[in-house]
Design a protein around this ligand. Structure first.
Ligand SMILES: O=C(O)c1cccc(C(=O)CC[C@H]2O[C@@H](n3cnc4c(=O)[nH]cnc43)[C@H](O)[C@@H]2O)c1
Length: 218
């Protein structure tokens, strides 16, 4: 279903290769602006803040590749965020990790536009793509050990994917009152670092296919 959204949509990726994959999927739809905002939550937040100040947007979509948690999101599959969580924002204590929420300094969680997220996940599945809805973690450091992967999965039950920009871009959108979605294509498993095993080509192809569906459902 294409309801032909009239508002403009800002799609923010980290790097140019992700931006190009999204643009190939979107075609020449003038409703969408796509930026490569930079790697990590800070660079991405700054990039998104500049873009949001330059034009009025009705929706921000964070898009890119990601690590997938075991038994939650396989390589080449897609994850639509049900919630965006800054999973390493807090304090380490002798008794374990203490989140920003527990410290009383705000929240490390940002809500997505859940109705649109559910519609997108359903449309991706209907298009024959492997897709699920689940929490997407934002981390400044890519997980590189089985121990950290297990700790994150315990900290956020059902965590589906991790990436590095979501919370920063979502914070910029929240500041402007613009709803947000996060769409991730899984390039690698979250766990022991093995960069040679990252299937970036497969993930970029999945991101391109998902962007075509995104263009159709918005
Ligand atoms: O080398 C390339 O050709 C290439 C093409 C597209 C993207 C990249 C990246 O390295 C993007 C970095 C981006 O990916 C996210 N990401 C991917 N896997 C993980 C992960 O396991 N944990 C955290 N983040 C991950 C992240 O958002 C980075 O910004 C390279």
């Amino acid at each position: 279903m294409n309801t032909q959204t009239q508002f403009r949509v800002l799609v923010a990726t980290a790097v140019e290769a992700e931006k190009e994959a999204v643009l190939r999927g979107l075609g020449n739809d003038p409703r969408f602006d796509v930026i490569a905002a930079g790697v990590g939550p800070v660079a991405a937040a700054v990039g998104a803040t500049k873009a949001l100040a330059a034009a009025p947007y009705g929706l921000v979509v964070i898009a890119g590749i990601a690590g997938g948690f075991a038994e939650q999101a396989a390589i080449g599959s897609l994850v639509v965020a049900s919630e965006i969580i800054a999973a390493d924002l807090g304090a380490e204590t002798p008794d374990g990790f203490c989140s920003l929420d527990e410290l009383g300094f705000g929240s490390a969680r940002i809500a997505v536009d859940l109705a649109r997220a559910e519609r997108l996940a359903e449309a991706l599945a209907a298009a024959g793509l492997s897709a699920r809805l689940g929490p997407v973690l934002t981390l400044s450091t890519v997980t590189g050990t089985a121990e950290t992967a297990a700790a994150l999965a315990k900290r956020v039950p059902g965590a589906a994917a991790e990436a590095m920009e979501g919370f920063g871009i979502a914070a910029a959108a929240l500041d402007r009152g613009v709803p947000v979605l996060e769409l991730r294509a899984v390039s690698n498993a979250v766990g022991p670092r093995d960069r040679a095993a990252w299937r970036i080509g497969d993930a970029l192809q999945a991101l391109q296919s998902a962007s075509k569906v995104l263009q159709e459902v918005l």
